[in-house]
Ligand binder design. Structure first.
Ligand SMILES: Cc1ncc(COP(=O)(O)O)c(C=O)c1O
Length: 464
């Protein structure tokens, strides 16, 4: 590569060609790859013990190397051992396939390199991001004055929500109580810890059939208040990680309104299913004080794209605490555009462009129809599994996740063996969970490349 850090027009052309050919080659080959990645060990579900990194770490080169060769190595030597999340047969975790318009939008965002931590530094780009936030608010049923921030993912969205809840309650530490079901994502526990809470501040409620028991929640909150404790926060999950269950959101909202606790709805996986009005279980989400969403799951965005929405944007404001005379002034009426004020980040990735471009280029209908198809596929597969005498459907899909196991398999050994067999076949990749003490195989349908025909093939594979 050339001396200095700038590129001549010819060098830029060549660099663009190199990267565009790499992306094109990858997307043409994606269906022929092993979705599990070559480093995966189906038996342990971890990395193979004989896996070796394709290079030994060393000092950075003093002189530049050839970009074409570097990109070739990335795609040929490093990429194959990673799990191929966009593969048609990738049915693990809660992984969206990551659309390529957004990938290209990200390259554009980084080439433009605007500073979106404050409104005055890039007002039109900040409006682009704000339009995305407004679209997400409309999808979840929030009123027009609601707002929020695009984050790296739901973990940081939940952290901001926990801090907002803590600040609203201002309860003495030892009296503060935060409630979540045993199916809530562990990001909730991490966020509580990062926000200064201790394990004794968290009340973990036993779930019923994978969902929060709202009667037990109401009872526990009532008892805690009677004992002088302060209900600070309740986290309800719209689409649990293990089984895709949706907590009773309306009943949780009732408890929060009555007790004054902040209601955070963790809709990391399930939130975008609000695009399907036929799914009644998601009603009540709009009553939450805040909602975490992961466009990189059910909205087919690349990783690193999460969102936090809040009914009242001012609740997200971080006091500066220190003089910041080097910062442009912030007008209260512009708070929704001042991402450096309403999130812990200041300098930040311009996440809005990749989402905005994809929604505009594909149309929202394409995202809605993808989720409708995934739900239909999940219901079809659940029915197929129910019909197979060797298998037991453990949970039906509330949205697009279902779980199953091998029948009469008390220690889970046959179910583990089935999972290992599927994951070593090179066509499908699935993950597992433990539900009610039983090992289950999870299927999560989100990827837009997963066709009905492929799913029929999957139905045959599980039945062997
Ligand atoms: C329900 C739920 N909440 C939160 C998270 C954490 O989100 P992220 O990985 O985007 O930080 C996940 C998944 O990773 C999840 O499934």
């Amino acid at each position: 590569m050339a001396r200095g850090l700038d590129l001549s027009a010819e060098e830029l052309d060549r660099a663009l060609r190199v990267v565009s050919e790499a992306i094109r080659g990858w997307s043409e080959r994606i269906a022929s790859l092993d979705p599990a990645g070559t480093a995966h060990d189906p038996a342990s579900q971890g990395v193979r013990t004989d896996w070796r990194p394709p290079f030994a770490p060393g000092p950075p080169p003093e002189e530049g190397e050839d970009l074409g060769e570097l990109v070739r190595r990335v795609v040929a030597d490093f990429a194959p051992d990673a799990q191929v999340v966009g593969h048609p047969g990738f049915l693990g975790y809660a992984a969206g396939a990551g659309n390529l318009v957004s990938a290209l939008g990200q390259a554009l965002a980084m080439a433009l390199n605007p500073y979106t931590g404050t409104m005055s530094t890039a007002p039109a780009f900040v409006r682009i991001e704000d339009e995305v936030i407004r679209w997400f608010c409309a999808i979840t049923g929030y009123p027009p004055e609601a707002g929020g921030i695009l984050t790296s993912g739901s973990s940081l969205a939940i952290l901001s929500a926990v801090i907002a809840a803590r600040e609203r309650a201002r309860a003495p530490w030892e009296k503060a109580r935060c409630y979540a079901s045993d199916q809530a994502h562990h990001a909730v526990g991490k966020a509580l810890f990062a926000a200064g809470f201790r394990p004794e501040n968290l009340v973990v409620l036993a779930s019923r059939d994978g969902r929060m028991d709202s009667v037990a929640l109401a009872e526990r909150v009532r008892r805690d208040r009677a004992a002088g404790l302060v209900p600070v926060l309740v986290v309800g999950t719209a689409g649990t990680t293990n089984a895709g269950r949706v907590d009773p959101l309306g009943a949780i909202a009732d408890v929060c309104e009555e007790s004054g606790a902040w209601f955070h709805c963790d809709a990391a996986y399930g939130g975008f299913f609000r695009l399907l009005p036929e799914i009644g279980a998601l009603r009540g989400m709009e009553r939450a004080d805040s909602i975490s969403l992961d466009p990189h799951k059910s909205f087919s965005m690349p990783y690193g794209t999460g969102a936090l929405l809040a009914r009242r944007v001012a609740d997200l404001r971080f006091p500066r605490g220190l003089d910041a005379s080097y910062m442009p002034p912030v007008r209260d009426e512009d708070l929704r555009y001042e991402y450096g004020e309403i999130s812990p980040e200041l300098s930040r990735d311009f996440r809005g462009l990749r989402v905005w471009l994809a929604i505009r280029a594909f149309g929202l209908g394409a995202f809605r129809e993808n989720l409708r198809a995934k739900r239909r596929q999940a219901l079809w597969l659940a029915e197929e599994i129910r019909r197979k005498s060797r298998l037991e459907l453990v949970t039906e899909p509330d949205l697009s996740i279902l779980t199953f196991r091998v029948r009469d398999d008390p220690d889970g050994a046959a179910t583990r063996a089935l999972l290992a067999r599927i994951n070593s076949g090179g066509r499908f990749f699935l993950t597992s969970a433990v539900l009610g003490g039983r090992f289950v195989i999870r299927v999560c349908l989100l990827g837009f490349r997963t066709t009905d025909e492929l799913l029929e093939e999957f139905g045959d594979v599980v039945n062997l």
